[in-house]
Design a protein around this ligand. Structure first.
Ligand SMILES: Nc1ncnc2c1ncn2[C@@H]1O[C@H](COP(=O)(O)OP(=O)(O)OP(=O)(O)O)[C@@H](O)[C@H]1O
Ligand SMILES: [Mg+2]
Length: 281
């Protein structure tokens, strides 16, 4: 089943004379984990915002085509309606903080309390996400006293606590160190395995290759391709799109080693090791 349908999506910010999104069409199946990649200003964040309805409800401008999430056309529904289906974690976690809560715990509880859930369910969900994102130790701290990485985890926790069917994450680990990023990616992957549809804009190509089912390559607002990580990272024109393939793909390409029974280069450490061992006999 298609969880997200995008058809002929075009969008131009007010006062801009170029399209930030230029005629995008694609579908995402339920439970898929999709990576959005492309150089700076390719349109990744704008596409994320279009999936949750901030484009065109919050960011006005010229809009064409349609975005349907879980059967709901975002243009003809309010952001509040769409947000019941899709949760978004913003590129900058500071944008996401309510600014009115004294502790991390209250901050995460905010959305849940507004949804009218019973108190026991709220407590259970908060405990779950505090543990999932490893932020129990800061639960009584003021959100604005957190480090960038802790704030990013709190932003992700607040959204996951709402249990959306679709999760849109815009560079969710940009403030985290490698170990923290790995933990967050593993947590997101677990949610994806539970059937949640995940859309993730990301610059860390090794992570995209390791975790995503398919990768959408954007360039100047246009969709260049949407395919498996192996196919995308084996493209000859990556440099033109400002993308550097994962290091494993680059090493294998330099050595002329492809994935067994495929025309693509391995993109993960595991596959590269297998292919290299195969080459060495
Ligand atoms: N609020 C805005 N008003 C006007 N133009 C904007 C706005 N936000 C983004 N843009 C423009 O839209 C285009 C797409 O930007 P967007 O932020 O979606 O790219 P991105 O791929 O997320 O980039 P990055 O990798 O830097 O996060 C760029 O040309 C950018 O300058
Ligand atoms: Mg962005």
């Amino acid at each position: 089943m298609n969880k997200i349908i995008v058809e002929g999506l075009k969008y131009k910010y007010p006062l801009s004379d170029t399209l930030a999104l230029n005629d995008l069409s694609f579908q995402v199946h339920e439970g898929e984990f999709i990576g959005i990649i492309g150089k700076n200003s390719a349109g990744k964040s704008t596409l994320c915002q279009a999936l949750v309805g901030l484009v065109p409800h919050f960011y006005k401008g010229a809009y064409g085509g349609k975005v349907v999430v879980d059967g709901l056309e975002v243009k003809s529904h309010s952001i509040a309606d769409v947000s019941l289906k899709v949760g978004m974690v913003f590129q900058n976690p500071f944008t996401q903080v309510t600014g009115s809560k004294m502790t991390v715990y209250e901050e995460i509880a905010f959305g849940l309390e507004n949804s009218g859930l019973p108190r026991s369910e709220i407590i259970e969900r908060i405990d779950y996400v505090l543990n999932l994102l490893k932020i129990e130790q800061v639960k009584d701290q003021n959100p604005f006293d957190l480090s960038g990485g802790q704030m990013q985890r709190m932003a992700i926790a607040s959204i996951i606590a709402m249990k959306p069917d679709i999760l849109v994450l815009d560079e969710p680990t940009s403030q985290l160190d490698p170990a923290g990023s790995e933990e967050v990616f593993t947590a997101i992957q677990n949610l994806s395995k539970q059937g949640i549809t995940v859309i993730l804009a990301e610059h860390k190509m090794e992570k995209v290759a390791q975790y995503c089912d398919r990768v959408l390559l954007l360039h100047d607002g246009k969709m260049v391709d949407l395919d498996s990580p192996e196919k995308i990272f084996s493209r000859q024109d990556l440099e033109e799109h400002g993308v550097v393939a994962p290091v494993y793909a680059r090493v294998c390409k330099a050595l002329g080693v492809k994935k067994a029974a495929s025309d693509c280069y391995p993109v993960t450490l595991e596959d590269a090791e297998k292919a290299l061992r195969g080459r060495l006999g």
